[in-house]
Design a protein around this ligand. Structure first.
Ligand SMILES: Nc1ncnc2c1ncn2[C@@H]1O[C@H](COP(=O)(O)OP(=O)(O)O)[C@@H](O)[C@H]1O
Ligand SMILES: [Mg+2]
Length: 357
């Protein structure tokens, strides 16, 4: 278990800027250094645009680093991309499908074209575990986002990769399917190395043993996955759909204790709770205005809005790490975060995903 599986030494990656591609670059990864041992399961976390996907794609040999050295099992992906492709799999939400093909035809397509070493039976067993076998002869045009996510997982895991790179694979999955996937990974990839991006702290804690926190393309923190909850100021989010649009001030009049922990976005109000007691007290108050509410959903806090959820100490550490590397502080302070919540309410909501039809 102590073999080194992935070694990254001072990796940097630049992308040309949109408007001045020849003269101006944006550094998306800077001086990234870490080691991952065989069998380790690592979560990449960080805010939107912090470089998580770019790092995963670089590890998978899809992007080449501009500087630094990368070794996967002692192989540099630049030298032997086909060797890396054979043992790794990147599952990413950007994989699109032919809408008119059925699930069975889609699997066959990827099996024949991309993965001559793939195992069709294994793909079918994934579908069985994820309760998707009944969809085999349905066209993908009718699939929900969650069903497409499972299709991507089946395609990506079909070749039984030794190293898994998973980019937001549980996004769009309902709670049952998330559990199915976690169980499937535990049962089938216990000894495999996994590097994954996921916004659900529960998924991260259940699958991963460690985490790497990125901010502006640098590693600002590393630690054990089981310690993530201790870094979070909030544990739960109550997303409440109101019958009418509320302003922030109106909501704070109704929930005076929640002034610093509420986001108002028109009909939707997000309450954040640090623990079960706070959660129950929010729900008790919601019960008092039940006639104004269409519905509410309780979930664990989303790591995509990580800076909103972190404790002040963790934010300070990130800012210190950024300053040390000579970066302008883009991570907001706690005071700035509270200002943002009060002024805009909607500022830090997750980016709306484009639904490609
Ligand atoms: N192919 C690309 N060309 C130019 N800029 C890119 C490209 N891919 C990502 N970026 C930029 O790099 C930054 C990091 O992106 P990404 O790695 O996707 O972040 P994350 O996955 O953490 O949200 C973003 O500012 C994004 O706009
Ligand atoms: Mg990403």
């Amino acid at each position: 278990m102590s073999e080194k599986e992935i070694i990254a030494k001072s990796i940097s990656k630049k992308f040309p800027q949109k408007f001045f591609p020849k003269i101006s670059y944006m550094e998306v990864l800077r001086d990234i250094t870490f080691e991952i041992k065989k069998g380790q399961k690592v979560a990449l976390i960080g805010g939107n645009g912090s470089g998580k996907t770019t790092l995963l794609k670089t590890l998978a040999g899809i992007y080449f680093p501009d500087q630094g050295k990368l070794e996967i099992r002692g192989i540099n992906p630049i030298d032997y991309p086909e060797k890396i492709a054979k043992i790794t799999s990147l599952i990413s939400p950007s994989l699109d499908f032919q809408r008119k093909l059925t699930l069975r035809q889609t699997l066959k397509f990827f099996y024949n074209i991309l993965y001559p070493h793939g195992d069709m039976d294994f793909a079918l067993s994934i579908l069985k575990e994820m309760h998707m076998l009944h969809m085999l002869d349905k066209r993908l045009e009718g699939f929900s986002e969650g069903q497409k996510a499972i299709t991507r997982i089946a395609i990506g895991l079909m070749k039984q990769p030794e190293i898994l790179f998973l980019d937001e694979v549980t996004t769009g999955l309902d709670i049952n399917r998330k559990e199915d996937l976690i169980t499937f990974i535990h049962d089938n990839f216990k000894d495999n190395t996994i590097v994954m991006v996921d916004h659900d702290p529960v998924v991260v804690e259940r699958i991963c043993d460690s985490y790497i926190l990125l901010s502006q393309g640098i590693i600002v923190k590393q630690g054990k996955a089981k310690d993530i909850p201790n870094e979070l100021a909030y544990k739960y989010e109550v997303r409440t759909l109101m019958k009418k649009r509320y302003s922030y001030d109106e909501i704070v009049m109704l929930f005076p204790d929640q002034a610093d922990d509420v986001l108002v976005d028109g009909h939707v109000v997000y309450f954040r709770a640090a623990n079960e007691d706070e959660l129950y007290s929010i729900i008790e108050r919601l019960k008092l205005i039940t006639n104004d509410i269409v519905r509410y959903v309780v979930s664990t806090v989303d790591l995509e809005n990580i800076y909103l959820a972190l404790k002040p100490n963790a934010i300070k550490q990130i800012r210190n790490a950024e300053t040390k590397k000579g970066l302008p502080n883009k991570t907001p302070t706690i005071e700035e975060l509270q200002e943002i919540i009060k002024m805009f309410g909607i500022m830090i909501l997750p980016e709306k995903r484009k639904n490609k039809k």
